[in-house]
Write a protein that binds this ligand. Structure first.
Ligand SMILES: *Cc1c(COP(=O)(O)O)cnc(C)c1O
Ligand SMILES: [Zn+2]
Length: 425
């Protein structure tokens, strides 16, 4: 391979994206220089970041362990400049891996962990992908951070741009949860509510990206870099388990990028000698009201038939998921499965996790817990194998979903007798 010295298309200067050396097509392998590109010029397939890692094994492990308590400890494995920890960003990651013994007992499982990504700065895993996208976007010379969003991404983009001191422009469905609209607006960027679903907004964003040269749409024109941020979920879980891989993981699916990149993270750790190679199974979780990947899996297809979403799990409501076919590859290769659950099951899932572990998940987390339960019941997931489920967002963002099923045990006058009359003493 000839050495490519990538230059920024907008500034003409050399781009420093750490160990990233090129973009390569996931379909045909064609390589292009690092830049704001996302589709292959040969076959229109999606591009992903290609690396040449310079450290591995013990040296890499020591470097990571000496790093900051956020995703930048994995900077040697990400498409970001080496000095990234010193530039303004929201520094997500190092979220808790919670041992969920109560939930495990309730479900008849042996060892269960919850990777609780609601602990990120804007309370969802999207801070990870946005932090990496922001770092790459700045390096590529962009001056505005933008996105089409199902909600959490809007929060993360608006916050990261605020901290970086640049403008943000985010597009969300106008019927989004009030909590996600208001929290996004609080960060002060431009927020456009669009009368349409995510797939409509995504198409619109593609058109705007073609017009606005200075705008980095994190999940459109800098999507290859954005997606790499999810690898850090895989790295963190392995490091928190003492540098080893779990046997089963359950991951919610919207575009599918997160699931695919958790697997990529695991594979890199094996090839870099940071964990021992060990078999693991990747399971996917969707809502029945938006289950194109689950349907394709069950029908044995290798393509996705788009659907029109109708579910309370709005953060997962992508009817035409870009990474769907790659999710099928990962799940089939590892021997996992994909299931989908009804909105009633999602609400039960939220309540079950809150009641057993004191973790209040948004609807996406409810999807994951309910899917775990369903996969156990069908025998597809082994209760005796060590399992990690991903809670990707905070329940405070989707209060409407449970407002009709939870509330005070009683409402009383401020007197002892009124309390005693409730029988709750
Ligand atoms: C976006 C999102 C997901 C899914 O991410 P993809 O990479 O698009 O599959 C999962 N959970 C939450 C809370 C999200 O906001
Ligand atoms: Zn190609």
């Amino acid at each position: 391979m000839t050495t490519v010295i990538p230059t920024s298309p907008s500034t003409g200067t050399t781009v420093d994206l750490g160990p990233a050396v090129a973009l390569s097509c996931r379909e045909c392998g064609n390589r292009v220089a690092l830049g704001p590109f996302y589709a292959c010029t040969e076959c229109f397939g999606p591009l992903e970041v290609a690396y040449e890692f310079t450290t591995s094994g013990e040296a890499l492990r020591e470097q990571i362990e000496a790093g900051p308590q956020n995703i930048w400890r994995y900077a040697p494995l990400l498409p970001v400049p080496a000095n990234i920890a010193d530039t303004p960003n929201i520094n997500p990651g190092s979220t808790k891996l919670v041992r969920a013994d109560n939930l495990a007992r309730e479900l008849g499982m042996k060892t269960l962990w919850v990777k609780d990504d609601s602990g990120n700065p804007t309370h969802s895993f999207k801070d990870r992908v946005v932090a990496v996208a922001l770092a790459a976007a700045r390096e590529l010379g962009f001056t505005v951070l933008a996105c089409p969003s199902t909600g959490n991404l809007a929060n993360a983009v608006a916050a990261a741009a605020a901290r970086a001191g640049i403008r943000s422009v985010v597009f969300v469905p106008s019927n989004l949860e009030q909590q996600k609209i208001l929290t996004t607006a609080a960060y002060g960027g431009t927020l456009i509510a669009v009368e349409g679903n995510y797939d409509d907004i995504n198409r619109l964003a593609g058109e705007i990206a073609g017009e606005q040269e200075d705008w980095a749409f994190v999940n459109v024109n800098v999507r290859p870099y954005y997606a790499e941020g999810s690898k850090t979920l895989g790295y963190e879980v392995a490091e928190q388990l003492g540098w080893r891989l779990p046997q089963q993981v359950v991951v919610p699916i919207a575009s599918g990028a997160q699931l695919v990149k958790i697997d990529k993270g695991f594979q890199e750790l094996v090839s870099l000698g940071l964990v021992d190679e060990a078999p693991y199974k990747v399971f996917g979780a969707q809502a029945t009201g938006c289950n194109p990947v689950s349907t394709a899996f069950k029908q044995g297809h290798d393509f996705i038939q788009p659907v029109r979403p109708d579910t309370i799990a709005k953060s997962l409501a992508i009817g035409n998921p870009a990474d769907g076919p790659y999710v099928l590859d990962v799940v089939n290769r590892t021997g996992g499965a994909i299931e989908d659950v009804t909105d009633e099951e999602v609400i039960e899932g939220i309540k079950l996790l809150a009641r057993t572990e004191g973790i209040f998940a948004e609807t996406a987390g409810g999807v994951t817990v309910a899917t775990l339960k369903k996969l156990l019941a069908s025998g597809q997931l082994d209760p005796n194998e060590e399992t990690v489920i991903f809670n990707t967002g905070d329940g405070l963002k989707t209060l409407d979903a449970i407002a009709h099923v939870v509330g005070p045990s009683a409402t009383i006058a401020p007197t002892l007798s009124a309390f005693e009359a409730t029988g709750l003493a």
